[in-house]
Unconditional design. Structure first.
Length: 406
């Protein structure tokens, strides 16, 4: 089959790598580079990211890692140990010690809550915030986790999502860092696609997708210009943008709601984070957590320095004020560790047409539009899909469906 893919983000490239083994694949990308929000930008000796945090939520064992192996990509993902620590009262605590930080009554409630979550014995129709709200520290920790993983606060996170995330965590484990960062993954996908004789065409913004008996992609300015015919089209654009340039109704009863986030990249000579997992920060006003990917791959930072990445959920609409709150959080955290010599390298916000998630968890759509048009990416993640694991889930579902048709 001849398959056209619109958008060379992680979802488009992953689908292309898997499908190009037995199909003719052409990928169109409007930018001069590929990878979307999952690649690197070199700056001042650091490898910063266009979006992600140089971290894969389920490490070397999750959905993304499995599909990369299936595609033939040689990506080395180093699993985190510990998965994460929680900074409470100026000290970093493992998860198992968190219950010792509250009184006996809350400790008993917390242990029961954790057991019920593990076995799925909870009300699926409530939010994660409602589930946690009886214990203030638990709610703070819940907000820290959902903010880091989903760019949502706990009250905006459906309990059904958390139950599925919990299952996936117990199945695959916690996060990992790919050697080479995000670009290490993207470079391998490009290599596989080219080895399979697939085409990646950059600087081509697709203007129109026409789905009829056949499928047509028009990457030109005018109708009919450079129009190419395909058996199937896969869009790595958001569901909304795909609908805007196609003749197919995609968004029906369920309206996707983008989440909003702020990411800050920090350069620092001193060690702020000793481990290669996440440092969750439930007591911060905005920051949800930080990680230090250069603890795994020193090439991600300039020689003798560390690359630290902080993430915060954007709560209010005034972006400048939100960034100021984030920077105040960073100043307080670093001063607590007697670190004054650090550099803010990059501040990135996700909102409007280019959010971190085109559809927040619980509002994402079905990736199968019809038997000729499919969606991949963070607008169609599927239940329990954290960040790029959700992107991989969408690709898994689409590729399986296409292979059935074939």
């Amino acid at each position: 089959m001849k398959i056209g893919i619109v958008g060379a983000g992680l979802g488009g490239l992953l689908a292309g790598a898997l499908l190009s083994k037995e199909n003719e694949v052409v990928i169109y990308e409007k930018l001069p580079i590929v990878g979307g929000r999952f690649t690197n930008i070199e700056y001042k000796g650091y490898n910063l990211t266009t979006g992600a945090l140089h971290m894969i939520p389920h490490g070397a064992d999750g959905y993304l890692a499995q599909l990369l192996k299936k595609a033939g990509c040689n990506v080395n993902i180093v699993n985190s140990n510990p998965d994460g620590l929680f900074r409470v009262n100026k000290k970093n605590h493992p998860y198992k010690n968190i219950f010792n930080l509250v009184g006996l009554k809350d400790k008993i409630k917390g242990l029961k809550m954790a057991a019920n979550l593990k076995i799925g014995k909870v009300d699926k129709d409530i939010s994660f915030g409602e589930f946690l709200e009886d214990i203030p520290l638990a709610l703070d920790i819940g907000n820290s986790f959902t903010g880091w993983a989903l760019s949502l606060n706990a009250y905006d996170t459906p309990m059904e999502e958390i139950l599925e995330i919990t299952k996936n965590y117990h199945k695959f484990g916690g996060p990992g860092i790919p050697i080479g960062g995000c670009k290490g993954v993207i470079d391998e996908l490009i290599c596989v696609i080219k080895n399979n004789n697939g085409k990646i065409i950059t600087n081509h913004a697709v203007k129109k997708i026409e789905i009829d008996d056949k499928c047509y992609i028009n990457p030109g300015e005018n109708d009919g210009e450079n129009e190419e015919e395909f058996d199937i089209v896969i869009s790595n654009l958001s569901p909304k943008l795909t609908e805007n340039i196609s003749n197919v109704k995609i968004i029906k009863e369920k309206e996707p709601i983008p989440s909003k986030g702020i990411k800050v990249s920090i350069g620092c000579k001193e060690k702020f984070i000793e481990h290669n997992g996440v440092l969750f920060t439930p007591e911060c006003e905005r920051i949800n957590g930080l990680n230090c990917p250069s603890n795994v791959d020193k090439n991600l930072a300039k020689k003798g320095y560390n690359l630290i990445m902080a993430h915060a959920t954007q709560i209010k609409d005034n972006v400048k004020n939100e960034i100021d709150i984030v920077l105040n959080d960073i100043e307080r955290l670093f001063s607590e560790n007697n670190i004054s010599n650090y550099e803010i390298l990059h501040i990135q916000t996700y909102r409007d047409e280019i959010p971190v998630n085109h559809a927040s968890n619980g509002t994402d759509l079905n990736p199968i539009v019809n038997d000729k048009l499919y969606l991949v990416g963070d607008g169609v993640k599927g239940k329990g899909g954290i960040e790029v694991e959700g992107v991989a889930l969408s690709v898994l579902k689409v590729v399986s469906e296409i292979n059935k048709i074939k």
